[in-house]
Design a protein around this ligand. Structure first.
Ligand code: MTE
Ligand code: CO
Length: 422
């Protein structure tokens, strides 16, 4: 920033000089190129004609120059596209909020399209009064707003045995972070009256997979929401319109979309999604189950394989995201030399409980190859492990709950690749 002396307007020359002093080599290079740049000397088309009238797009869309900012799938990961997954373009985003249109999707039987007027939420099982709510009824409860990340337990699952997918969108993009508006589940359950032997709930989805999971009653009464809005507008059909369960900090599979029923029971149901799936096969052949909390994790989003360094050596912005299912992220450390030297990254923007955090590390790139890693530490003191440390405890047969440290190798051309060094 150019500092202004009170009452004095800086001249153009002062501006450029100021930018040079503050920005160093990169800003200097930019300023030199400005001489004779047709982008400055020529009248551009968008200055010669009137622009779009208001209402040209009653629902606004991103600029046509941002058409690369999209969810992407990896076709060979699943046998068909209705029980499948796509990934959030983390390398294109900044700040902490995921725009609704690029929130990754994970469907077990496709995205249901539900008429809210025909949607019902039933509470049954071990309750004093079984109840059925319409969406209108749900909207008459007191609401809360919270920003939470949702991470699929399978995020980074392909990377257990070694570096696989080339891009943070594919390795880490089964996560989104939005502001939910919803009703505390506690208020809805209290209306039905949970009986003393009611220890678990089983939320059920209205999609063709009728997704079900067992959730302990303590969690249900603590901070779960029946959410109907994300980032201010109604949930997208892909995210469970008209209502989904929000289970803060816990694995995405439990966040049942298109929620139609909540049964209260005295023990877990041991359904498919908590036995054959979403359990962790340990080295001794036993399976760990009910690993609900998502561990502290981070990834460098820029530079990364889909977002190489495209400028000359000099000032470089490294950025990434970090999160923990156990609280906030206290610190993120980054290394550019594969772990020989670690630097404290700058966390910028809101640091919210069980929400994504944004970090930056600005450095002078000397044009030599880099080995980039980030390591997050959460508010409970948990430290993100290396993949070797994880495998020492968990073996090599796991898929879910991989929060290991990611490495990107950047070459002298600025191109980045997924590698494993620790
Ligand atoms: N709920 C229903 N009803 N059906 C589903 O297929 N998928 C689950 C969960 N809730 C699923 C569901 C899984 S595995 C995840 S990771 C999240 O929803 C994905 O949420 P998203 O599509 O909003 O990203
Ligand atoms: Co999932």
């Amino acid at each position: 920033m150019t500092t202004r002396i009170k009452g004095m307007k800086p001249s153009r020359r002062q501006f450029l000089g100021g930018a040079l002093a503050a920005g160093g080599a990169a800003a200097g290079a930019g300023a030199a190129k400005a001489a004779g740049d047709p982008a400055i000397t020529e009248l551009q088309p968008w200055m010669q004609y009137l622009g779009d009238p208001v209402d040209a797009a009653p629902y606004g869309m991103p600029s046509e120059y941002e058409s690369d900012v999209v969810r992407r799938t990896v076709s060979w990961l699943t046998a068909d596209a209705t029980s499948s997954i796509n990934f959030t373009p983390l390398h294109e985003l900044d700040g902490i909020i995921t725009p609704n249109g690029v929130c990754f999707e994970r469907h077990h039987a496709g995205a249901a399209h539900i008429d809210p007027a025909e949607h019902r939420l039933m509470i049954n099982g071990l309750v004093d009064t079984p109840l059925v709510f319409t969406m209108e009824d749900i909207l008459r409860f007191p609401r809360e707003n919270h920003v939470y990340f949702l991470e699929c337990a399978a995020n980074t699952g392909m990377e257990w045995r070694g570096a696989q997918l080339n891009g943070c969108q594919f390795t880490h993009g089964m996560i989104h972070n939005v502001m939910y508006t919803g009703v505390p589940l506690r208020l809805i359950l209290e209306q039905a009256g949970v009986q003393t032997n009611g220890k678990w709930i089983m939320p059920e989805g209205a999609d063709a997979s009728a997704m079900t999971r067992s959730v302990p009653i303590e969690k249900a009464l603590d901070d779960c929401l029946v959410a109907f809005k994300m980032n201010g507008e109604m949930l997208r059909p892909e995210q469970g319109y008209p209502a989904r369960l929000v289970v803060p900090g816990w694995e995405g599979n439990m966040w049942v979309k298109w929620i139609r029923r909540i049964e209260v029971g005295d023990k877990p149901w041991h359904h498919r999604e908590e036995t054959s799936k979403y359990t962790d096969l340990m080295p001794d052949g036993t399976a760990r189950r009910f690993t609900w909390e998502m561990d502290v994790k981070s990834v460098i989003t820029n530079p990364s394989p889909q977002a190489p360094i495209r400028h000359e050596k000099g000032p470089t912005v490294l950025s990434g995201v970090a999160w923990s299912g156990r609280g906030t992220v206290g610190e993120v450390h980054v290394t550019t030399d594969g772990g020989i030297n670690w630097h404290k990254a700058r966390i910028d923007g809101p640091s919210l409980d069980r929400s994504m955090h944004r970090f930056y590390y600005e450095f002078d790139w000397d044009g030599s190859p880099l080995l980039l890693q980030s390591r997050a530490i959460d508010s409970q003191g948990f430290v993100q492990p290396t993949k070797d440390e994880l495998r020492k405890v968990r073996g090599t047969n796991s898929i879910y709950h991989n929060n290991g440290i990611q490495t990107w190798a950047v070459n002298a051309d600025g191109e980045a690749e997924n590698v494993e060094i620790s």
